[in-house]
Design a protein around this ligand. Structure first.
Ligand code: ADP
Length: 289
């Protein structure tokens, strides 16, 4: 609370009046704190690979100077750390760009099936490296045309498919499905009765629109029930998961959430520990032919 007082005139009898204004600033401070936490986290995340780089530079200048084997190994690690920093900076910039125009509704039309195909094609090398199979099931061209920003919808598909590939076991399968839903309730209906479901971005209620749903399902480790609500927090990662060499930034799902919000869509996760995870992102079908 902030409290301010000031004189407020005099009564005819000579008594002086004062005014007290009290303002509840909880929300104001909460926003400040969120911003400060975000900056602290971002700095920490950038400092970690930087500290590792400095350490290796020192080692290379010192006792590893004449050891060709060690030099090669350290340079490899340094390159991975530099790439990690670049990924972090890209994701931070994406997030801030999306936040800037989150209140402006996207004006374009995007064929969700074509966007998904582009993402699948672009990920062929990553998939081959990990021997994961991508299994797309898409409607014919022109059926799932949604209101949206093409680059942003591609980014949603890419982040979700990349995560699925990352957490899928070697030799696993990632299913990529686009379907049309008559209502948002049917789009968000749980598929696996044994999975736990959590809606990460709630749809606008009362709108009479049809949606197209993009569902990405993997057969990875799944996510514990109590972690599901936190997935879209910035820098949040579920501890104790093996994600291979390319460790994530923890920003991917935060970016997905902001994009889905901007599109007035919906986002759901279903997960069953030991069996896999599925994310469903819903976008509004265009009403115009
Ligand atoms: P990251 O860059 O770490 O993947 P994200 O924001 O995309 O960040 O995801 C946040 C966390 O959610 C991940 O670190 C991981 O713990 C968990 N996660 C996301 N997708 C999956 C998935 N398909 N299977 C299991 N865990 C997942």
């Amino acid at each position: 609370w902030s409290v301010r007082t000031r004189p407020a005139g005099e009564l005819p009898g000579g008594e002086r009046l004062a005014m007290i204004a009290m303002r509840d600033e909880t929300e104001l401070h909460a926003a400040d704190r969120t911003r400060a936490d975000f900056l602290a986290n971002a700095s920490h995340e950038l400092r970690t690979p930087l500290a590792s780089l400095s350490g290796f530079i020192e080692t290379l200048r010192g006792h590893a100077r004449d050891d060709a084997g060690a030099r090669e190994k350290f340079l490899g690690i340094m390159q991975a750390q530099a790439e990690r920093m670049a990924r972090l900076i890209d994701d931070l910039l994406s997030l801030s760009r999306i936040e800037l125009n989150e209140h402006i509704a996207p004006a374009g039309r995007v064929d969700l099936a074509l966007a998904a195909t582009d993402v699948v094609d672009a990920l062929v090398p990553l998939v081959r490296e990990k021997t994961v199979t991508l299994s797309p099931s898409l409607p014919p061209r022109g059926q799932a045309v949604v209101e949206g920003d093409r680059d942003q919808i591609v980014q949603v598909a890419q982040n979700l498919v990349e995560n699925a590939v990352k957490y899928a076991p070697i030799g696993g399968t990632v299913r990529i499905e686009v379907s049309i839903a008559e209502s948002i309730e049917s789009a968000l209906k749980p598929r696996d009765p044994k999975a736990v479901r959590f809606v990460l971005v709630e749809p606008a209620r009362g709108d009479v629109v049809r949606y197209a749903a993009l569902r990405i399902a993997d057969d990875g480790p799944g996510i514990p029930r109590d972690r599901l609500p936190r997935l879209t927090e910035r820098f949040y990662r579920v501890e104790g998961q093996k994600s291979g060499e390319r460790s994530g930034t923890g920003l991917g799902l935060a970016i997905v959430k902001h994009i889905v919000n901007r599109h007035r869509g919906a986002l759901m996760v279903e997960s069953r520990e030991g069996h896999g995870t599925a994310f469903t992102a819903c976008f509004r079908l265009t009403s115009k032919p």
